[in-house]
Design a protein around this ligand. Structure first.
Ligand code: UDP
Length: 493
């Protein structure tokens, strides 16, 4: 049933005094680092730059310490018990702790069980908050917000470019598309946006498969609540994503707007990462030793979710060593060890890496990346070109965005669409060749990539500065919410 909203004029539903709901923002991130961190940055930005707001972030017991250490004291934390949901092991409350990728749908179903504790928390508030900002995976939050009289702004952790493509492919599945087939135009997107069948994200490709647990979860818990949201918070900025806002918004009901307020880590302001908590392995000190060779070092990371096969790690190790460039490589596997001597200029780290500071370091000249959207923006905001090596989720589309649209990188040859791991092993010769190309600042391709990365770096800075597109979007989002602070009086949708 559609909710009936009482749109109150300023002052009618709350007097604007601290303590009524108008000054209160609730943020509920999904428990995956790539989804959580940008909302930490959003919470920080609100708390630092909009001091009249109270910010509450919802988390779970195991995630509490991580949240506390990365948020200002002014952000209030609320802890909900993480539901038990066998076969998910007890204590696994974040996707990076999953013992295997096949448990991802189980993890999602466990998070859906947070509905009742979340509803209790919302009902306990003395007055409806200004807004709930919650992850699209937490679809239940939409209904809970509606019955407690609150608008929901949804967050996905993705760009408008990739979200619009995903939604288009789900709503209008292209006919006759087969693996190995030619690129095709994606409906509702600008003419220049074509993708190959292999670039279709796995969940999208399997969307109508009743036996695909990821697709089932999306259909049952996410799709409708997502498009009924009041608005969409996007961790991106107009210079790189503006052309895709209108196509993306066209999939939402009730005229929801996409608010591009990123890169959120810049919106939040620089946070020092040179401490034990953020740099337990001393990555920055190691890079300092190479600072006399600016741009010499490759940074390699595939994020917090992709599981990379040992055979692939072996090939990568050989390829990196053969490239002759110093490298700092974040490896997730505890068990794998390199099959080759890495030498003094090759460094593997397995603990937390202060990635934004690493990318900004003068010694780093390029990023070998899985193209998670956060990593992508962090690289572009640091002005560093990428060797795009997409692995899971919508990463193939981010790779396309960076390489084919923005022009700030190159791709590895073998990409997969399996959804869990690299299916085709990228061999050492390919790694060596592509890393050399990435790091060749003087070559034609290297110069072009660097010029484009420098352009995005500048554009990102401008976007978050006073009067920039992201700065204006955030003011306007808050203004629009406050001028129509409302109370829903009917049942949930
Ligand atoms: N990250 C980090 N240090 C680590 C691991 C991850 O700073 O050791 C951050 C990284 O900078 C990025 C996020 O975690 O902001 C990962 O998000 P992304 O979208 O790049 O990839 P995902 O992990 O979701 O695949």
């Amino acid at each position: 049933m559609a909710a009936t909203a009482n749109h109150a004029a300023n002052g009618a539903a709350g007097n604007g005094e601290p303590g009524d709901g108008r000054d209160h923002v609730i943020i509920f991130p999904f428990m995956a680092k790539g989804h959580t961190l940008p909302l930490f940055h959003f919470a920080t930005a609100l708390s630092i730059h909009h001091k009249s707001l109270r910010v509450t972030l919802v988390t779970t017991p195991v995630n509490l310490a991580f949240a506390r250490s990365r948020l200002p004291e002014s952000v209030h934390l609320v802890e909900l018990p993480f539901p038990s949901h066998p076969p998910l092991p007890a204590g696994v409350e974040s996707t990076d702790a999953l013992p295997c990728p096949s448990l991802y749908p189980t993890f999602l179903r466990a998070t859906a069980l947070l509905r009742d504790p979340f509803a209790e928390f919302m009902a306990s508030l003395p007055s409806p908050p200004l807004v709930l900002v919650s992850d699209f995976f937490l679809g239940f939050t939409h209904g809970v917000a509606a019955v407690t009289g609150v608008r929901r702004v949804v967050f996905h952790g993705m760009s408008c470019f990739s979200m619009a493509i995903c939604k288009s492919l789900v709503v209008s599945p292209p006919a006759g598309v087969e693996h190995g087939g030619p690129p095709f135009h994606v409906s509702r997107m600008p003419e220049h946006v074509t993708i190959t069948p292999e670039e279709i994200p796995p969940t999208v490709a399997n969307f109508s498969d009743p036996d695909n647990p990821m697709a089932r979860f999306m259909v049952e818990n996410v799709e409708l609540t997502d498009v009924r949201s009041w608005g969409v918070l996007v961790n991106s900025f107009a210079a790189v994503d503006g052309d895709y806002v209108a196509p993306f918004e066209s999939f939402y009901q009730s005229g929801a707007r996409a608010w591009l307020v990123g890169p959120l880590f810049l919106t939040a302001g620089e946070t020092p990462e040179r401490d034990e908590e953020n740099d337990p392995e001393g990555c920055l000190a190691w890079l300092d030793e190479r600072a006399s060779r600016p741009g010499s070092t490759v940074y390699v990371s595939f994020g917090t979710q992709a599981h990379v096969a040992d055979e692939q790690l072996d090939e990568l190790a050989h390829g990196l060593v053969q490239s002759g460039h110093p490298f700092l490589w974040a490896v997730r596997s505890d068990k794998w060890s390199p099959p080759v001597d890495l030498g003094p200029d090759g460094r593997i780290v397995r603990d937390w890496v202060p990635q934004r500071s690493v990318l900004a370091h003068e010694a780093v000249g390029g990023f070998v990346s899985h193209c998670g959207w956060n990593s992508t923006m962090e690289s572009l905001a640091a002005g560093k070109p990428m060797l795009a090596w997409p692995m899971i989720a919508e990463q193939s589309l981010n790779a396309k965005h960076v390489v084919d649209v923005i022009g700030a990188g190159i791709k590895v040859k073998a990409v997969n669409s399996s959804g869990v791991a690299v299916t085709a092993v990228v061999e050492r010769a390919e790694v060596e060749e592509k890393v050399r190309k990435l790091m060749d600042a003087g070559g034609e391709a290297g110069q072009r990539m660097r010029a484009r990365a420098a352009w995005t770096q500048q554009a990102a800075k401008l976007a978050v500065s006073n009067g920039g597109t992201s700065w204006v979007a955030l003011q306007k989002l808050l203004g629009d919410l406050q001028k129509s602070y409302y109370v829903v009086t009917d049942k949930e949708e």
